[in-house]
Write a protein that binds this ligand. Structure first.
Ligand code: SF4
Ligand code: SF4
Length: 381
């Protein structure tokens, strides 16, 4: 059976325009009433990677959150919202991103994303045990509101990746250490997503992020909202918009293999506005498959020569220490040299597992991923 993806043009975050676009998208995808019943506790899972103002395009825009919340509240759903940021507390991140103010106006409570419980997911392929936020487990259903952005490790972060924030705090770092390979990591994300099973995804692509995402990239107007119940079809369609082969995104590749959704054009029915109207051929994203990282000494030797490494642009670095704090590796693979916090931290690549948490969290876009020379030379032939 084909998966449906609704595309709706939305040229700004002006409240009325977003409201109309969201109402149209929800109608196209089956109607708000088909996703919730009166009195159900529904969690709106926003992307709050870190506390940033909406203009930076790191987080789900509050106007999208508001419009979706109003639609579901009108159906009698009891709404909550939340996410577990990669850095800092949920409340502070939600405040800075403008989500908390909207929630307060609409009387939407913050769900518990500080503490969680261990769950066992029998059907998991890569991972069967997760430590999930209480706010997710206590809800009757979840509506996922991802942001359209590039991502250092997975190329692109959309519908599937958004649920990683359902894993509480430090537990996220443990997955990076356990699963340094992007494909293994993607398998875990697909397991996690299949366990949580959001009822619907509404992707904020009004202003997307290209380049050094998911935090330090550049905002770019894509003027679109995407709606689907199939996260693989949703992400594959977003990839086609940014001229990226969907199979270069590990979550889409392994998600399709696992039967979590459809990625082929012929298996996706686009409704609403035409896909061709949103295609951005020169969207700044890495258009190559991710390099595999496996364990073992020889393999580690090759990894260090084949897999892109994070580098710090010293002139941009403000010595804030976020990268050091974010590194999940025991003993830290990026750290202060001789504890000198007046200079940029330095890398110990022999310890680095290339999870790119440091690049993901740097507030100054001072960390970038550099391809090894051998790969650059290879691309010339
Ligand atoms: S996170 Fe970025 S700005 Fe902060 S210390 Fe690391 S490189 Fe410098
Ligand atoms: S240095 Fe950066 S890429 Fe390497 S392990 Fe630490 S956070 Fe991950």
């Amino acid at each position: 059976m084909k998966s449906k993806v609704a595309l709706v043009r939305c040229n700004s975050y002006e409240a009325e325009e977003v409201k109309k676009a969201v109402a149209r998208g929800l109608e196209l995808i089956g109607g708000t009433q088909s996703f919730v019943s009166k009195g159900e506790k529904i969690l709106l899972k926003v992307n709050l990677l870190v506390g940033e103002v909406p203009e930076k395009c790191v987080t789900t825009h509050p106007a999208v959150f508001k419009a979706v919340a109003e639609e579901f509240a009108a159906q009698g759903a009891v709404l909550l919202y939340g996410d577990s940021p990669g850095f800092g507390a949920t409340g502070a991140a939600a405040k800075k991103a403008g989500i908390a103010d909207v929630a307060e106006t609409l009387n939407i409570e913050a769900a518990d994303f500080k503490d969680g419980r261990e769950v066992f997911y029998e059907a998991g392929v890569q991972n069967k045990k997760f430590h999930i936020a209480n706010g997710v487990l206590d809800a009757d259903g979840l509506i996922s509101l991802p942001k359209m952005k590039t991502h250092g490790l997975e190329r692109f972060t959309g519908g599937v990746k958004n649920q990683f924030g359902c894993v509480v705090g430090i537990r996220k770092g443990e997955f990076h250490v356990k699963l340094p390979d992007a494909t293994d990591f993607a398998k875990m994300l697909v397991d996690l997503n299949s366990f949580i099973k959001p009822r619907l995804y509404v992707m904020d692509g009004v202003m997307a992020m290209e380049g050094n995402g998911p935090r330090g990239g550049t905002p770019l107007a894509m003027n679109v909202l995407l709606f689907s119940t199939d996260p693989i079809a949703l992400d594959a369609t977003a990839c086609r918009m940014i001229n990226l082969n969907p199979l270069f995104v590990p979550t889409t590749l392994v998600g399709a293999e696992a039967g979590a959704g459809n990625y082929k054009e012929e298996d996706i029915e686009i409704v609403g506005d035409a896909l061709k109207d949103f295609i951005c051929l020169d969207f700044n994203v890495e258009r190559t498959p991710v390099k595999s990282i496996k364990k073992g000494k020889m393999v580690q030797f090759l990894n260090n020569r084949l897999v892109p490494k994070p580098y710090i642009i010293e002139e941009k670095c403000t010595q804030c220490g976020t990268c050091v704090h974010s590194c999940p590796v025991d003993g830290k693979a990026v750290n202060w040299l001789n504890n000198d916090k007046t200079k940029a931290p330095v890398y110990d690549y022999s310890k680095c597992i290339k999870c790119y948490c440091c690049q993901e969290m740097c507030p100054e876009s001072a960390i970038y991923l550099k391809e090894p020379m051998i790969i650059k030379v290879g691309k010339m032939f």
